[in-house]
Design a protein around this ligand. Structure first.
Ligand code: GDP
Length: 187
């Protein structure tokens, strides 16, 4: 039977977006949820999460509840409510900004301390469009990102929220990976 109603899903997964301010979290979320860019960069303040219902390749329908930080990372104090019951995370850095990559480890540790113990983390190197235009602007190579991910048990993607490169793949690859982990664990 074909299921079309938005509220008809098998699992609800809470996903959090983390990473330094300015790496493109809000733009990635907006692209994925609405296909457009946020009109006003401050528009996420006060908004807790967005949802999208997604049919998985493996079968089954999941509802993703995706939480943006609403600017909390600017103050280095993400509230516990942000992480609570999160089963997946997009940990975003900017491939043209070394500082944002240097802080990835700290974000990863914070996720592992505060979210669900079996959280699936996708490391995302965003803003690859800038490197296509000017290869010198790239500060973190794809190999560096992939190596960090491999060494720390993370998934990895490089994206652009502006030219829409691998945005859908990032979110839906993460959802599929969470589903796989949960199925293996039998819940
Ligand atoms: P957040 O603070 O992590 O939520 O970052 P925002 O989504 O507010 O984006 C910060 C800035 O980076 C904005 O000026 C965006 O236009 C820009 N930005 C976000 N994603 C990309 C991208 O993929 N490519 C480029 N060139 N700029 C981006």
């Amino acid at each position: 039977m074909q299921r079309t109603h938005d509220e008809d899903y098998d699992y609800l997964y809470k996903i959090v977006l983390v990473g330094e301010a300015g790496v493109g979290k809000t733009h990635l979320l907006s692209r994925y949820i609405k296909g457009t860019l946020p009109k006003n960069p401050t528009s996420t303040i006060g908004v807790e999460f967005a949802t999208r219902t997604v049919p998985l390749e493996s079968g089954g329908i999941v509802k993703a509840q995706i939480w943006d930080t609403a600017g909390q990372e600017r103050y280095r104090a993400i509230t516990c409510a942000h992480y609570r019951r999160a089963v997946g995370a997009l940990l975003v850095y900017d491939v043209t900004n070394e500082k944002t990559f240097a802080s990835v480890k700290r974000w990863m540790e914070e996720l592992r301390e505060n979210a669900e113990p079996d959280i699936v983390i996708l490391l995302v190197g965003n803003k690859v469009d800038l490197c296509d235009r000017n290869p010198d602007s790239r500060k973190i190579t794809k190999e560096q990102g992939a190596r960090f991910a491999m060494e720390n048990g993370l998934l990895f993607e490089e994206t652009s929220a502006i030219t829409i490169v691998r945005v859908k793949e990032a979110f839906e690859g993460l959802l599929q990976a969470i589903y796989n982990v949960k199925s293996q664990a039998g819940n």
